[in-house]
Ligand binder design. Sequence first.
Ligand code: PMM
Length: 266
Amino acid sequence: MTVIMGVLNVTPDSFSDGGRFESVDAAVAHAVELTEQGADLIDVGGESTRPGAPRVPVEQELGRVLPVIEQLTARGIRTSIDTMNAQTARAAVAAGTEWINDVSGGQADPEMFAAAAELECGFMLSHWRGHSADMNALAHYGDAAFDVRDELRRQVDKALDAGVHGSRLIVDPGLGFAKDHGHNWRILGRLDVLEELGYPVLIGASRKRFLGRLLPDDAPIQARDLPTAVISALAAHSGVWGVRVHDVVSTRVALAVVDAWKTGAR
Ligand code: PMM
């Protein structure tokens, strides 16, 4: 079955949950709820990556995510750490996190691959071309599906050279990161190209801006959960490893449809 990764942004400025989970208790309660709804793991992040977002000092990031990870680990809830900082990744893994989810694919922090190799945890490696402040200017491709595959392959090779074991790698096209809506749809329409890399694929489309273009201008952010769930179904049908979503309930149902579609039983 396709893995559901529930999003837990412990930030005051995340575009999609608007800082509602700033306090540790509220964050933990939300993670428990997502787990009860069917999330297989919780992706904990303390630094917003929305376009134009400022960087957060590592100490502040650690202060946000560590208490949450400690409590989730104590409850037996599996987590990934959404960070571009090796220091945060190390501390999170020491607190029980099983995967490093680095949206920069090891590019933002030169220590990241060494940390991942040493920690022997899973590593989610995303396609990335630059920090949020300037990523929109970097959204130029010949064919986004093939260019992203090739750039991911180069980064995967660097991870392997640094000692990260191939069996621990998961690749992600980084939808919305230095990509416009057309690039995102091209990548999604050709997931077979990404699958050529031979690694499990993770897709993070949830509530992203390109989905807003399918909806009325005044639609609330939660209206993006329907197109997100449809993408979860289509991505699962093409065989991806996992989907990273804010609304677990709708994606759970979408994945049940795919399962019934494929097996003829439910
Ligand atoms: N997108 C965001 C944050 N982390 N991680 C992975 N692996 N893939 C993504 O597409 C991704 C990510 C940005 O979205 P958010 O601000 O809603 O969390």
